[in-house]
Design a protein around this ligand. Sequence first.
Ligand code: IMP
Ligand code: MG
Length: 187
Amino acid sequence: MDTAAPTNGAAEVRELLSAERIAERVRELGRQITADYRGRSLVLLCVLKGSFVFTADLARAIDLPLSVEFLGVASYGDDTNSSGAVKITQDLSTSIEGKDVLLIEDIVDTGLTLAFLLRILQARGPASLEVCALLDKPSRRATEVVPRYVGFELGNEFVVGYGLDFAQRFRNLPFVGTVASGAQRVG
Ligand code: IMP
Ligand code: MG
C-alpha cells in the first residue's frame, strides 16, 4: 500500500530555472514593457491556464495603467505534443477593439496555439497586439510566430512548474524544470 503523503511533486522534477532567476527575469521584462508602452495603457491578456502564475508576477512588475483579461484555451488531449487544435474554453469579457493588447503566454512550442490565437484576436481590431512569452522553444516551430518579449529560450525539452503542467500537475511549483518520465498523473 502507498502510504506516502501527497506532495507538490518537486522531487520528481529536475530544476532548470530557479524561482530567483525567474523573478529577476520577470522584473527585467516588466521594466522593458513599462518603457516600451510609456504614456499608454495596456490590456494584459492572460492565456489560461498555463500563464496564470507568470501573468500575476509580470503584472506587478509593470508600472503602467493596465487591465487584465483572461482567455481560456485548451489543447485537445493531455499530450506533451501540440496538435494545434485549440478550443476556447472561456472568452474575453470585454472588447479589445482599439486597445494595446499584450498576450501573455507560458510557452511557445510549435507556435500553432499562438498562431491560432493571434488570428482570432487580430480580427477583433486591437490598436496593437504583441506577445510576451515566459519560455520559447524556437527549434520546435512549425509555423512562423515571433513573440516580442521572451523570458528564456529552451531546447527541445518538456518542462513543468510556474504555471506549466503535465496532465494538470506541477502548476504550483515555484520553479521550472523537466519532469522525469513516468511521473504520476492525477485527475
Ligand atoms: P504549441 O501550440 O506547440 O506552441 O504549444 C503551446 C501550448 O502547449 C502551451 O501553451 C502549453 O500549454 C503546451 N506546452 C508546450 N510545450 C510545453 C512544455 O514544455 N510544458 C508544458 N506545456 C507545454
Ligand atoms: Mg498545457
